[in-house]
Ligand binder design. Structure first.
Ligand code: C5P
Length: 222
């Protein structure tokens, strides 16, 4: 039997830089990339479009089981509609963290996530990649950054996409989202016990990528 393809799990709070780092690490190793937050955002987008309430766990789980997103060349489509930019809106991020509290929703999205584990390997980013979805990941990284650094990054991202943004409101929103993600009982945001922790506040993207690649190269030492 051939061994399962290797997984690098990169978890951490919203706007900690996980997505950018994970994508670059995947590019550098020639691995596939899974943005698990996008799945929760897609579900939130679909639920809002269909008038499904974010506190209705069973109805949301049914929607989640039927999701068939198509990821292609950095874009994502749902039912033929390109929703790449729409799901990046702050209100969709907020709704994503509301739908993500339901255990049935998390269960319904498990297969979709695990199916992305293909040769030659996968870099997956999210909240519970190292703890729940890929507990056997060969490298687990928990990436953090100060609220100020994260609010600035999120502000830049939103402005670049042409969305309105305000740093103070974003900081409040990040704190509220951190609290909801860490206090929920289903897969709360917390580092895996065997995760390397890294605060990226004062680091350039290249430095963080280099550190993760170095940990990956040395994964069998020690
Ligand atoms: O990472 P991103 O901000 O896109 O994620 C949106 C929301 O989806 C998070 O605030 C979190 O509540 C939820 N999420 C999750 N588990 C994951 C990825 C995202 O609960 N693995």
């Amino acid at each position: 039997m051939s061994a399962a393809p290797p997984v690098i799990a990169i978890d951490g709070p919203t706007a900690s830089g996980k997505g950018t780092i994970a994508e670059r690490v995947a590019g550098s190793l020639g691995f596939h990339y899974l943005d698990s937050g996008a799945l929760y955002r897609l579900l939130a987008w679909r639920a809002l479009a269909d008038g499904v309430r974010t506190d209705d766990g069973p109805a949301l789980a049914a929607v989640a089981s039927a999701l068939e997103p198509r990821f292609r060349a950095g874009r994502v489509e749902l039912d033929g509609v390109d929703v790449t930019d729409a799901i990046r809106r702050e209100e969709i991020g907020r709704a994503a963290s509301q739908v993500a509290v339901h255990p049935a929703v998390r269960q319904a999205l498990l297969d979709l996530q695990r199916a992305r584990r293909r040769p030659p390997g996968l870099v997956a980013d999210g909240r519970d990649m190292g703890t729940v979805v890929f507990p056997d990941a060969c490298l687990k990284v928990y990436l953090t950054a100060s609220v100020a650094a994260r609010a600035e990054r999120r502000h830049k991202q939103l402005i670049e996409k042409g969305f309105p943004a305000n740093i103070d409101l974003l900081s409040q929103e990040l704190r509220a989202r951190d609290q909801r993600d860490s206090e929920r009982t289903a897969s709360p945001l917390k580092p895996a016990e065997d995760a390397y922790q890294l605060d990226s506040s004062g680091l350039a993207i290249d430095e963080v990528v280099a550190q993760v690649l170095d940990w990956y190269a040395r994964r069998d030492e020690g």
